[in-house]
Design a protein around this ligand. Structure first.
Ligand code: GUN
Length: 303
């Protein structure tokens, strides 16, 4: 069986257009241009390129960006002061602090300082908690899990009643992905670095989501025939033939797994572009909620 390739670039382009049209309509209605503040601490090369991609996508969609770049040695108090200022700035509808943070900073305190209604990444503990609770919507759903949901919906892949296995329990992907799928009535298992006999667990999955940052971890024999495989890994591996000296590979051994799965996301061009597109969606909704009173965190039908 040859898997259907879930083309994140194409799906993300449609969501970017969706957001752009609504940003323009919102501006015409309210006179306000949605604004996103990005905070990048230190000089992690991948983080720099992710934040740049987010800023470019915002600019193309008509969303204003306010960028704050802080040195790796910045102290906690300075970061907290900046967040306090951004929290009060009415031009700033969304606040994104790029992760990971340098290890001397208190991530919990920093993410908790973002007001719930500006938490477009959905990483505030209250937003994460609400994500898992039926009947208690979060203000925002984290962008990568939301982007994966958009891809599954677009491909007509059912979630309720399916067995989902998630590799990784990070705040950015694994944990919110698990909460989201649980809420959508999947039977969810989370695996991590202490899980023994990974293959026995992954072979049970109808839906397998790999988000651990280990190149090629998921091999063909770990996948149930016909499973849907979502690869969230974006790993740089050295390649002297590549223009930048590295190439990007996922957590899944693509060729092997594509021969077994029913659908698979490529790297690059799979989940990555969806994360950026969902940030636009969440930022638009932040502005709508702040100026017009209501915005659902869920994806609208029809895309
Ligand atoms: N680091 C990797 N992915 C993300 C993301 O979606 N948001 C933030 N803030 N940091 C990240």
């Amino acid at each position: 069986m040859a898997a259907k390739i879930l083309d994140g670039r194409a799906i993300a382009a449609r969501w970017r257009d969706w957001a752009k049209a609504r940003v323009e309509a919102f501006r015409a209605r309210t006179g306000h241009v949605p604004g996103l503040a990005t905070v990048l601490i230190g000089d992690h090369p991948a983080s720099q390129s992710y934040v740049q991609a987010k800023q470019n996508a915002c600019a193309a969609a008509g969303i204003r960006t306010f960028h704050y770049r802080l040195p790796a040695e910045v102290d906690q108090e300075t970061v907290m002061k900046l967040l306090g200022t951004l929290a009060c700035n009415p031009e700033v509808n969304g606040i994104l602090v790029q992760l990971p943070l340098p290890s001397h900073l208190d991530e919990e305190e920093i993410l908790s300082a973002i007001p719930l209604e500006k938490d477009v990444d959905g990483f505030h503990p209250m937003n994460l908690g609400r994500l898992g609770l039926k009947g208690r919507d979060p203000y925002f759903i984290p962008c990568t899990p939301l982007g994966i949901l958009a891809m599954l919906q677009e491909a007509g892949i059912p979630i309720a009643g399916r067995r989902a296995v998630i590799l990784g329990r990070s705040r950015i992907v694994g944990l919110p992905m698990a909460l989201l799928l649980l809420r959508l009535d999947a039977t969810v298992t989370i695996c991590h670095s202490r899980t023994p006999d990974l293959a026995t667990v992954t072979r049970q999955a109808d839906l397998l989501i790999a988000a651990v940052g280990r190149p090629g971890l998921v091999r063909g024999e770990m996948v149930q025939p016909g499973a849907v495989v979502i690869d969230v890994g974006i790993n740089r591996v050295a390649d002297s033939q590549a223009p930048r000296g590295y190439r990007l590979v996922g957590d899944v051994a693509f060729e092997e797994v594509a021969a077994i799965a029913s659908a698979i996301t490529p790297v690059p061009g799979g989940v990555g572009p969806m994360t950026v597109a969902m940030l636009l969606v969440n930022t638009l909704k932040a502005a709508q909620r702040q100026l017009e009173g209501f915005a659902s965190p869920w994806l609208e039908d029809g895309l």
